[in-house]
Each structure stands twice: as structure tokens, then as C-alpha cells.
Design a protein around this ligand. Structure first.
Ligand code: ADP
Length: 402
């Protein structure tokens, strides 16, 4: 079974074509700047040269059309015919309380995801555009939605409720949902395999640290708490997102800076975080370079990030009555040796001992704690596309049997 995995953003489409025979990536790529000047498709078929294909790409339908054309291109493509694509798996950001697992997309599911756009106005509409584009171009191919929120639907009310009036939850669904669910699910399951123990016997803290960052408490294989909230703005300070702040700051800043709700939302999502604190960059590599040259604000931004991650580790160890493993994943978690070391510094009371030598590694699944460490610290590269492909495969195989 060959599965086309699609991740649509407002102006981008990331994709992979995965062969489920051996779970290998056959081709992958990215469209950037949809609906803008300078739009471009970058495509790579494994074993062939990467191609950059600039052209006007006005919308998602046109974007998907161009990706499919690239996939069957004689020179740089990966398929002889589009009929080789057996199913499409879509990343969908918000599944609300409706979806706690992946689902085959039909008209009803599409309507529900559309309704959930109220809660994720930046994310669900481009996901829907991608689904509709694939439906139009490949009407007979089954499509599956894999939700970022699904894995966290096991959180108990005590973790997901906010201290607002109960009506806001009942009438508007305002509560913590959590995101990066496919990543937390993948790395926590992988950790159990590495530790050769059933997930049902483990308490794991998964740290997805990238441009967007979130932490989850995974107890006996289930997410019981996570740092992101009603939206992905909550929790840790991130690349450009502010993370948790006193909510009373919001109206104060709106009045001071004369911002309407949309402008305030954009400010908190795009201009804050480690970029806003440092004034240098949202990229940890740039911050480290600046800090090494003596830039105090870059150092402060890095220190704030590590401090906040450490606080979550402490909090989640508390709610799980201990922790067996801490997992680092995503861009920063997989690559930033210094940040991992700093986060784990002073966690001796918990039984965390990082091994300096073992920690000197990037992007491979490995244990980075010392042999004596009571808590295992693991580095596990995430693979959200594979989660989407596996779920799509499972759901579509079921279809064929019926
Ligand atoms: P996204 O949330 O966009 O998926 P990623 O998980 O790909 O983000 O993480 C991207 C971030 O990872 C970059 O912005 C950068 O801060 C960080 N990063 C990547 N490589 C390194 C590295 N070698 N050292 C430190 N940070 C890195």
C-alpha cells in the first residue's frame, strides 16, 4: 500500500509518499508561499536529485495538482501512474472532543472538521482545503484524518478544565485540548519499545521541543496532561509564541498597543517567544551563537526556555507519582545538546543523571542518561508522517476487508 501523507498549512503543503511494505519514504517535498509571489514546489524522489519548481500556485487545489504532477513526472517522479496511490492521510490540527482517534473522511466528518474551525481558525481551514483538493483530484481514493488533538483526549477533566465559568466549557468547548498528539504518541510508544517494557507499566514525560513546543505526561500509555491548551499558544515559551502569561496582560496590552483581537492573537503567536525576548531570532542556533558572543537577552531567552521545560518535568513527575523516562524530540530536542544538558541539570532529586558523552549526539534514537540514572533519558526522533501513514493504512485495510 502506498500512502500520500499531506500536511496543509495556510500557505504551505508538506507531503510524503510512503510505501507501507517497509514503511519507507519514496518521495517528499514542500510547497511554500501559496497565493503569494515566489511560490515554489521543492520535490525529492528518494534516489534522485531534488528539484525546485517555481510557478504561480494560487490555492491548495493547484498546489496538490502540482505535487501529483511531480509524483508522476518521468524525470524526477516516483510513480508511473497516480492509480498507485492507495490512500491519502491528512494531518488535521483540531479534532475537538469529537475525535479521539483517526477517522475515514466522509461528508459528515468534513462538516464536523469545518465546524471545529471555530476553535482553530488558523489551522483547520487549510487542512480542509487540502482534503477538498485531494477529493477533487482523486475522488475514488480513500482519505483519512489524523488529529493533533486526538492523543490527548484521554486527559481527565481535572487536567483539561480551565478556571472559567463552567458555561464556557459547556457552550463553547473552551478547555485544554493539547496538540502535537501524533508526536507524543509516537515517541512514547517508541520509548516503551526501547525500554522493553509494556507502555501500561510506564510513566513517561515527552518533550516535543521545536519551533512550537509542548510537553506531555504519558501515564500507562495515555496522555493525562499536556502543556498546550485550547490553542497551541499555551504552555512553554516557543520560537515566536509567548506561551503561558498572566491572562490579565492581554486586555492591558490590547488597550496600550491599540490592537483588536486578531492583531493581539497575531502578536502573541508571531512576535513573542524567544524571538521577542531576545530580539535576535526564533532559531535556537542563532540564539546560541548570539549568547556565546555575550548577548544577554539571547542568553535570557535560552535560560527561560530551559527553566520552563524543567518546571513542567517537575510538575508532571508530581502528577504521575514519579517518572520512568524523559523523552526529547523535535528540532531542538533532537539536535540541541546544550539545551538538553541544561534542562536535565539539577534534576538529581528526581533520579535524572545525564551522561555527557552519550548526550553528545543528534537525531538518532538512543539513551542519553548514565547507566546509574534511575530515570531513563531518551532521544527519539519524531515521525508524525509515519503515524499518519500507519493510521491511514490500518483504516483503509479495514475497508478492503468489508
Ligand atoms: P516545527 O515546530 O516547525 O516542526 P522543528 O521541530 O523542525 O520545528 O524545529 C525547528 C527548530 O529546531 C529550529 O527553529 C531550531 O530552533 C531548532 N534546531 C534545529 N537544529 C538545531 C541544532 N542543531 N541546534 C539547535 N537547535 C536546532
Amino acid at each position: 500500500m502506498k500512502i500520500f501523507v499531506v500536511n496543509c498549512g495556510s500557505s504551505s503543503i508538506k507531503y510524503q509518499l510512503i510505501d507501507m511494505k517497509n514503511e519507507s519514504v519514496i518521495a517528499k517535498g514542500l510547497i511554500e508561499r501559496i497565493g503569494m509571489k515566489g511560490s515554489m514546489l521543492t520535490h525529492t524522489t528518494v534516489g534522485k536529485d531534488k528539484v525546485k519548481l517555481p510557478s504561480a500556485i494560487p490555492d491548495h487545489v493547484d498546489g496538490i495538482k502540482k505535487i501529483l504532477a511531480a509524483l508522476v513526472n518521468e524525470k524526477y517522479g516516483a510513480l508511473t501512474s497516480l492509480s498507485e496511490i492507495d490512500a491519502v492521510g491528512h494531518r488535521v490540527v483540531h479534532g475537538g472532543e469529537k475525535y479521539s482517534a483517526s477517522v475515514l473522511i466522509d461528508a459528515k466528518v468534513l462538516r464536523t472538521v469545518d465546524k471545529l474551525s471555530e476553535m482553530a481558525p488558523l489551522h483547520n481551514p487549510p487542512n480542509i482545503a487540502g482534503i477538498k483538493a485531494c477529493k477533487k483530484l482523486m475522488p475514488k481514493v480513500p482519505q483519512v484524518a489524523v488529529f493533533d488533538t486526538a492523543f490527548h483526549q484521554t486527559m481527565p477533566p481535572v487536567a483539561y478544565m480551565y478556571g472559567l465559568k463552567y458555561d464556557e466549557y459547556k457552550k463553547s468547548g473552551i478547555r485544554r485540548y493539547g496538540f502535537h498528539g501524533s508526536s507524543h504518541r509516537y515517541v512514547s510508544a517508541y520509548a516503551a519499545k526501547m525500554l522493553k517494557k509494556p507502555a501500561s507499566k510506564l510513566r513517561i514525560i515527552t518533550c516535543h521541543l521545536g519551533n512550537g513546543s509542548s510537553i506531555a505526561a504519558v501515564y500507562k500509555g495515555k496522555s493525562i496532561d499536556t502543556s498546550m491548551g485550547f490553542t497551541p499558544l499555551a504552555g512553554l515559551i516557543m520560537g515566536t509564541r509567548c506561551g503561558d502569561i498572566d491572562p490579565a496582560v492581554v486586555p492591558v496590552l490590547m488597550a496600550k498597543k491599540k490592537l483588536d483581537p486578531a492583531a493581539m492573537d497575531k502578536y502573541m503567536n508571531k512576535e513573542c517567544g524567544v524571538l521577542g525576548v531576545s530580539g535576535v531570532s526564533s532559531d535556537f542556533r542563532d540564539l546560541e551563537t548570539a549568547a556565546a558572543k555575550g548577548n544577554a537577552r539571547a542568553q535570557l531567552a535560552l535560560d527561560m526556555f530551559c527553566y520552563q521545560v524543567k518546571k513542567y518535568i517537575g510538575a508532571y513527575a508530581a502528577v504521575m507519582d514519579g517518572v520512568d523516562a524523559i523523552v526529547f524530540t523535535a528540532g531542538v530536542g533532537e539536535n540541541d545538546i546544550g539545551t538538553r544538558a541544561k534542562i536535565c541539570e539539577g534534576l538529581d532529586y528526581l533520579g535524572v543523571k545525564l551522561d555527557k558523552k552519550r548526550n553528545n549526539v543528534r537525531g538518532e534514537a538512543t539513551e542519553i542518561s548514565s547507566a546509574k540514572s534511575k530515570v531513563k533519558v531518551l532521544l527519539i526522533p519524531t515521525n508524525e508522517e509515519l503515524v499518519i501513514a500507519r493510521d491511514t493504512d490500518k483504516i483503509c485495510k479495514g475497508l478492503k476487508k468489508k
